[in-house]
Design a protein around this ligand. Structure first.
Ligand code: DCP
Ligand code: MG
Ligand code: MG
Length: 555
């Protein structure tokens, strides 16, 4: 069955993997001395997690530090406010899973759902005899379903064990897994036996598993707020939800949501595993109290530096920057959180390593941020901020000339990441204020704020290619010079007037390409010919498929 139709039959095999005491394990890997002592990871006033030694003496996740220290005075606390390494490990786990499976969905930093349905079916086709369940099984196994799900889930458990072993051997992290025919049951099953274990739940035990939850809030997807709303209908526990009047529930939540929640109470979940793409925005916030502009610039500068590290790791080029502030009105005591964003010229990121942007570019980005700030906060009057946040959104993939060319030549597809961008540079309703705040980051030039205009596909291809070329440039200024130089050489060159079409290439298509691309293809052809002649080698199959020229070769 196809993933889109995850109906409430038992055809799917879903694995949920959750890392044991995630932040604590990362800290223990960093410092193995922590392995044998009770240790916790703190953020502000809380122990956000702790190792299993600490858990054995009663320390719990999200316990106040004061309470935890009372319970276990020898508890070692590590500050976990810098999420950098946790994020790194988190992405490594997902990446590792994606090596074996296409359908991997991240949930938070330490969880992944894997739709193992097709792999399970493939393996079962060549598997003879009954399988033994690997790991724990939740509930009674005397009356199992005979639709084939029993063998599928057992095969799922074998795969779960393999994946957990791989995570352990490659990343040195222990994990728990749940194996079930849907995401809900897989997630809950995994938490039944911890740490470093896995649990299968067969469909006949679905309701029993749901009823084993201590409260409604433990149903994944039901937050505190929703549970409060349910209380108004007298629904305070799982049985109440199972026995509730669906019409009343629909009146409260709308028919769709009511049905979803009602089904969840019986362990029915039709949601599918959706591959998590790269995040749509990368942001960072700090909840510090700030009242002066020097502090604002200092804090935003710090946030920007940290954000650039994250963007560098992500590998894409941001197109939009968003500033968020939370300010309290002194008189009304009301706290308001607001954001403003604007497009940003991607050439500002023309640097091999975005985390090492030249000071000049940083200052330009800061000036854009401070412009946004002046639109959000009236800097002429006293203000009281309790949070500042920066985020980059609307990313451009670092362009790949080969795929761009392929698309252009054969698919004529939209260059989506560029044409999708809204044609406005400020999402705010008001026009920009004229007043120039005193900070040195301010300049009133709009040159780095992208005034997006819809470009032709060809322009987009060329624009992308320029960004790619610029990767080798140390600064955008050098990029511009290099780019101009390249263009002027090409324009004045005779070769460029009539670039020879490489033999075997489709000349008609070739002639439609911009001259600089034609030239590049010709050079590539010449280079490969020289290589072949020089080394008297016949091109291998691999190099053939990897050559841009091959995209042009007539079929
Ligand atoms: N986390 C957090 N704040 C919370 C909950 C969790 O910062 N309110 C962080 C710390 C955890 C990580 O997220 O290490 C993963 O959350 P889990 O709930 O999976 O908890 P752990 O992985 O720490 O422990 P477990 O072994 O119970 O999965
Ligand atoms: Mg965990
Ligand atoms: Mg988790």
């Amino acid at each position: 069955m196809d993933n889109e139709q995850c109906l409430d039959n038992h055809s799917n095999t879903i694995i949920h993997i959750d890392v044991d005491c995630f932040y604590a394990q990362v800290e223990m890997l960093r410092n193995p001395d922590l392995n044998n002592v009770p240790m916790g990871v703190s953020q502000k006033r809380f122990v956000v997690t702790c190792n299993y030694i600490a858990r054995s003496v009663g320390i719990k996740k999200m316990m106040l530090i004061t309470e935890a220290k009372e319970k276990c005075p020898e508890l070692v606390l590590i500050n976990g406010e810098d999420l950098h390494d946790y994020r790194q490990y988190s992405y490594k786990i997902t990446e590792l899973l994606l090596h074996s499976f296409n359908l991997v969905e991240r949930l938070g930093l330490d969880e992944n759902f894997i739709d193992a349905t097709s792999e399970v079916n493939k393996r079962l086709q060549v598997c003879e005899g009954n399988l033994d369940p690997v790991g724990n099984v939740f509930g009674d196994t005397s009356d199992l379903c005979d639709c084939g799900c029993t063998e599928r889930l057992k095969m799922g458990a074998i795969i779960a064990q393999e994946l957990r072993d791989k995570i352990k051997s490659e990343l040195k992290l222990t994990t728990c897994a749940g194996i079930a025919h849907n995401k809900l049951l897989a997630k809950i099953a995994g938490s039944r036996h911890k740490p470093n274990q896995q649990t299968i739940v067969f469909p006949n035990s679905a309701v029993e598993l749901m009823l084993s939850l201590p409260s409604l809030t433990k149903i994944p997807g039901l937050g505190q707020k929703l549970c409060k709303d349910l209380e108004t209908l007298g629904i305070t526990n799982l049985e109440d939800l199972q026995n509730c009047d669906l019409t009343q529930l629909s009146n409260l939540l709308g028919p769709e949501k009511a049905r979803v929640i009602y089904d969840l109470s019986f362990g029915i979940d039709r949601s599918v595993v959706k591959t998590t793409g790269k995040p749509q925005s990368i942001g960072i916030e700090d909840s510090k109290h700030i009242t002066a502009e020097t502090e604002v610039t200092e804090k935003l500068h710090e946030l920007l530096s940290r954000l650039l590290l994250l963007v560098a790791e992500d590998g894409r080029i941001p197109r939009t920057i968003r500033l968020t502030v939370r300010q309290t009105n002194k008189t009304s005591r009301l706290t308001v959180r607001e954001s403003r964003q604007c497009n940003i010229n991607p050439s500002l990121f023309n640097c091999k390593d975005i985390s090492q942007l030249p000071e000049h570019n940083i200052n330009k980005i800061m000036s854009i941020i401070m412009r946004l700030f002046s639109k959000l906060v009236d800097t002429q009057r006293p203000y009281h901020l309790s949070l500042l946040g920066l985020a980059f959104t609307k990313f451009l993939e670092k362009p790949n000339i080969r795929s761009t060319l392929t698309k252009f030549l054969y698919n004529n597809m939209e260059v989506q990441s560029i044409t999708d961008i809204e044609n406005k540079y400020d999402t705010g309703k008001n026009s920009p204020k004229d007043s120039s705040p005193s900070t040195s980051y301010f300049d009133n030039s709009d040159s780095d704020i992208e005034q997006s205009t819809k470009k032709s596909k060809m322009e987009n291809i060329i624009a992308r290619r320029r960004i790619q070329n610029s990767e080798d440039c140390e600064s955008p200024c050098k990029l511009k010079v290099a780019d101009l130089r390249l263009n002027s050489i090409e324009k004045s060159s005779d070769e460029n007037q009539n670039v020879p079409c490489p033999p075997n290439a489709d000349e008609k298509v070739f002639r439609e390409l911009p001259n600089d691309l034609q030239l590049e293809l010709w050079k590539e052809y010449k280079k490969s010919r020289e290589r072949i002649e020089g080394e008297s080698l016949i091109r291998t199959k691999k190099s053939k498929t990897n050559t841009i020229l091959n995209y042009l070769v007539k079929r």
